[in-house]
Design a binder for this molecule. Structure first.
Ligand code: GLC
Length: 420
């Protein structure tokens, strides 16, 4: 599946070879930022290090002089696949040539380079990647930490990677509930505004139409700053301390601003007012992946939400929003991340549980996801109540199950890997 979806070629504009995996050729033809990272987790799990390296090098091949890397790289498909994609890039005449979007996606890139390095001990590759990564993380800090508290802001729901995540309803002005066409126009309206402001961040901050500090994004940021520090250590680079300090600052700000002890959850917050958006999605427990988080916090979050029959317990967990939330819809829909189960969420929460020593709960999650894939194949997402597969077919991300199996040296990996 991964090989069939692999695209290689030569870009005249960037004078480089490129190589990337389409998450699903029909629906998602570009090289996507966080999809590439997820593919690298799968590829390294399968021992495909050369392909993993090529994917990472291509991801940074269009990097701007300021360090920016967009969330969609239009290589062999420069022309927009959907008309709404136009709003996700800066106004430009480049639409017929390779170019990248003006959006970002969760920054898993340091962890993926670390995975490749751990598997290959290839210092040359690390030395090539390190300056690129440093520039990228510098860009994030200087451009998206608007108020200097360490937390990064996203400027459109799509930057979270969880496009129609119900948390954002109230921010875009949609009455919280099951998605309708109105939500579509509200969210596309955010991108259209950003486009008309030419993605000038100072203007977007001033206008404050959509500015959110999202829990998932910032958790991944904190994790990757630690990975940056580890990579620096591998090269005897004194910047290691700088990244460790920054990661601590991010985690402290998350605990202070996003955590609510009364309801035991981490919530997305408005950037400027820091108001919590109290919607229960799986990201309420993402920060558990961070080692050293206070034990009482993890215990409360898991006990209150994960096994709660009203919220996240389901025959095929984890639903992408609590079952008792007014936006919950378990069926197939163009409005993604509003009820169904994504292998991505299970992969992430599996790590949270595993590293916090909730091995039994972690195992349950792994077993149900294996059952789901055996039953319905590698689909984009699934019905959490019936297990029915939905969305793109032969969807690459569901291969993350291989990483889940590898985390614990699982023994059923073989039956899955031959299909990937
Ligand atoms: C959908 C997902 C997003 C992903 C893209 C390509 O838009 O929500 O996270 O990057 O598809 O797979």
């Amino acid at each position: 599946m991964l090989m069939v979806n692999t695209h290689e070629g030569w870009s005249r504009k960037y004078k480089t070879d490129y190589c990337y995996i389409q998450p699903s050729p029909g629906t998602y033809p570009y090289q996507y930022f966080w999809d590439t990272c997820l593919h690298v987790f799968i590829l390294t799990g399968l021992g495909e290090y050369d392909l993993a390296k090529k994917n990472m090098l291509s991801l940074f091949a269009m990097q701007g002089a300021d360090g920016f890397v967009g969330h969609m790289l239009h290589w062999s498909h420069p022309f927009p696949a959907k008309w709404t994609d136009i709003f996700q890039g800066k106004p430009s005449v480049d639409l017929l040539r390779p170019h990248m979007s003006a959006l970002i996606q969760p920054p898993l890139v340091a962890q993926t380079v670390q995975r490749i390095y751990e598997g290959t001990q290839d210092k040359r590759f690390l030395q090539v990647m390190m300056p690129k990564l440093k520039k990228y993380f510098d860009w994030l800090r200087t451009n998206r930490d608007f108020d200097g508290d360490g937390l990064l802001s996203i400027i459109t729901p799509f930057e979270s990677g969880m496009d129609w995540k119900p948390t954002f309803d109230e921010v875009v002005g949609f009455e919280h509930g099951v998605a309708t066409r109105q939500l579509f126009w509200k969210v596309v309206g955010v991108d259209a505004r950003n486009f008309f402001h030419r993605y000038k961040l100072a203007t977007l901050y001033k206008k404050d139409h959509f500015l959110v500090k999202e829990v998932g994004f910032n958790t991944i940021y904190a994790q990757n700053l630690v990975a940056m520090a580890d990579l620096c250590d591998a090269l005897d680079d004194f910047d290691a301390d700088k990244y460790r300090r920054l990661s601590r600052k991010v985690v402290e700000a998350m605990i202070e601003q996003m955590y609510d002890g009364e309801t035991a959850a981490f919530y997305d917050i408005y950037t400027r007012s820091r108001k919590k958006i109290r919607v229960l999605t799986p990201t309420i427990l993402f920060p558990l992946v961070i080692r050293g988080l206070p034990r009482d916090m993890s215990e409360a979050i898991i006990a209150r939400h994960l096994s709660n029959e009203e919220e996240f317990a389901a025959p095929f967990p984890v639903p992408s929003v609590a079952k008792n939330d007014p936006s919950f819809d378990p069926s197939e829909s163009e409005y993604l991340w509003r009820g169904p189960t994504w292998v991505f969420y299970n992969w992430f929460i599996y790590q949270c549980l595993y590293y916090q020593d909730y091995r039994v709960e972690a195992e349950v999650l792994r077993e149900t996801i294996l059952r789901l894939i055996r039953q319905s194949g590698f689909r984009e997402y699934y019905n959490p109540l019936t297990g029915e597969g939905y969305g793109a077919k032969e969807f690459t991300w569901s291969g993350l199950v291989v990483d889940m199996l590898n985390i614990d040296g699982g023994d059923s990996a073989d039956s899955m890997t031959d299909k990937l």
